[in-house]
Design a protein. Structure first.
Length: 220
C-alpha cells in the first residue's frame, strides 16, 4: 500500500503491517498506539476501506484509550475490509442480536404471567441496552446504502417507518411497569405478556426481515 507523506521513517525495533504490507511510520507517532491506529485508519480510508482488526504483539486490541502505554511494543498488525463488507457485517451482527433478543422476550411471555413485579421489572431493565445496541449499528445504514434504504418496503411500510414503531411500545411497557409497582395484578401481567408476544416480538422479527432484504441490495 503506497503512502505519500514525506515524514515517513523506518524504526528497526518496530514492525507495522497493514493487510500484510509493511508500513513506514511518521517519527512523531512511533511511541503512541492511539496515533499509530489513527494513522492506519487514515491509510485504510484512502483505499476506501476500514480497519477490521488491530493486534499488538499478537494480542487483539478492540478499544484504545488516550492513556494507552507508550512504546514497548514490537509488532503491530492491522487488517481492513471494504465498506461493502462492513455494511454486510453490521447487518449480520444486528440480525444476530435481534434474533437473540426476540427469543428471550418470547420465552418470557409465560413467565410474566406467573411472576411478581420485581423480577419482571429487573428483566425489562436488562433488555433496554439490548434494544439500543443493534439500533446504533443501524444508524450507519443510510450512509452506507444511501437511497436503497428507502426502497425496502414490507406491507407498504419503509424501514424508517418500521423503526418509528419501537419507541411507543417501549414507553408503553415502561409506563405499565411504573404504574403497577405497588400493585401488580393478574390483568397487568396479561397486558404486559400480550404486549411482548403480540407486538414487540413480531416487530423485532419483522425488523430482521427488513435487514435481510437490505443485505441483498448493492451498497452505494
Amino acid at each position: 500500500m503506497s503512502v505519500s507523506l514525506q515524514t515517513q521513517e523506518k524504526f528497526p525495533d518496530l514492525r507495522i503491517e497493514l493487510d500484510g504490507r509493511d508500513v513506514d511510520l511518521p517519527r512523531q507517532m512511533a511511541n503512541s498506539l492511539v496515533a499509530i491506529r489513527a494513522y492506519l485508519e487514515f491509510l485504510a480510508l484512502q483505499q476506501r476501506r476500514v480497519l477490521s482488526g488491530f493486534t499488538v504483539d499478537g494480542i487483539e486490541i478492540r478499544q484504545l484509550r488516550e492513556e494507552a502505554p507508550a512504546g514497548g511494543f514490537r509488532h503491530i498488525r492491522a487488517d481492513t475490509i471494504t465498506f461493502e463488507q462492513l455494511s454486510h457485517r453490521l447487518i449480520e451482527t444486528a440480525c444476530r442480536q435481534l434474533h437473540y433478543l426476540a427469543a428471550q422476550i418470547e420465552e418470557s411471555t409465560l413467565r410474566v404471567l406467573i411472576s411478581d413485579w420485581r423480577p419482571i421489572h429487573n428483566q425489562w431493565q436488562e433488555w433496554q441496552p439490548q434494544f439500543r445496541t443493534p439500533l446504533i449499528s443501524l444508524g450507519f445504514l443510510r450512509e452506507l446504502w444511501g437511497p436503497a434504504v428507502d426502497t425496502i418496503r414490507i406491507g407498504g411500510q419503509t424501514l424508517a417507518e418500521h423503526l418509528d414503531g419501537l419507541n411507543p411500545m417501549l414507553c408503553e411497557a415502561d409506563a405499565l411497569l411504573m404504574a403497577t409497582e405497588l400493585h401488580w395484578s393478574e390483568d397487568d401481567a396479561i397486558a404486559l405478556s400480550g404486549l411482548f408476544e403480540e407486538r414487540l416480538v413480531p416487530w423485532i422479527r419483522m425488523l430482521e426481515v427488513y435487514l435481510l432484504k437490505l443485505n441483498h441490495q448493492p451498497v452505494s
